[in-house]
Design a protein around this ligand. Structure first.
Ligand SMILES: Nc1ncnc2c1ncn2[C@@H]1O[C@H](COP(=O)(O)OP(=O)(O)OP(=O)(O)O)[C@@H](O)[C@H]1O
Ligand SMILES: [Mg+2]
Length: 136
């Protein structure tokens, strides 16, 4: 725990089992912070999609969860980071139905709708960082 009461945990993402672990970790954070079952499920679903992208498209990486306050409302920030090829066409990829791997192309668009704030930073050859914020 930091001096200010902040807290951060991380988990390595390299397999389907890691994706399951990431879901569990986020569920624990949501429960501990008093989020409803619905909100917790939204966070778990979003994390499934983004961490699966990290494993499949990004060659694996790390998920960080840390405490967050938004205007006094407690919550958490999830960051999923990889050093993979980056998202080639970010604008297209953020939309529904675009996939470079024969997927449904619903992951990014779905996850964006399942959190309070969503940010993707991606550069060709320099990896991808997706940030999802939750507050009550
Ligand atoms: N971490 C990443 N690194 C590189 N490319 C990515 C990453 N995440 C997403 N992408 C690119 O964005 C596209 C869209 O991602 P999205 O999750 O929406 O669909 P998908 O993974 O292809 O299919 P699915 O519906 O099964 O999730 C991917 O096909 C891929 O090209
Ligand atoms: Mg996906």
């Amino acid at each position: 725990m930091g001096n200010d009461g902040s807290f951060r945990e991380s988990i390595s993402l390299h397999s389907d089992r890691d994706v399951s672990r990431a879901r569990v970790l986020v569920a624990q954070w949501a429960s501990q912070q008093g989020f409803s079952v619905v909100e917790r499920t939204r966070a778990m679903t979003a994390v499934s999609e983004i961490s699966r992208n990290c494993v499949i498209h990004g060659g694996g990486g790390t998920m960080y969860v840390s405490t967050l306050y938004n205007n006094g409302s407690p919550g958490f920030r999830i960051q999923i980071v990889d050093q993979g090829p980056g998202i080639e066409n970010l604008e297209l990829s953020m939309g529904r139905g675009y996939s470079t791997r024969g997927g449904l192309g619903l992951g990014l668009d779905g996850a964006r709708k399942l959190c309070r704030a969503f940010r993707v930073e991606s550069n060709a050859g320099a990896g991808t960082t997706v940030t999802l914020d939750y507050w009550r």
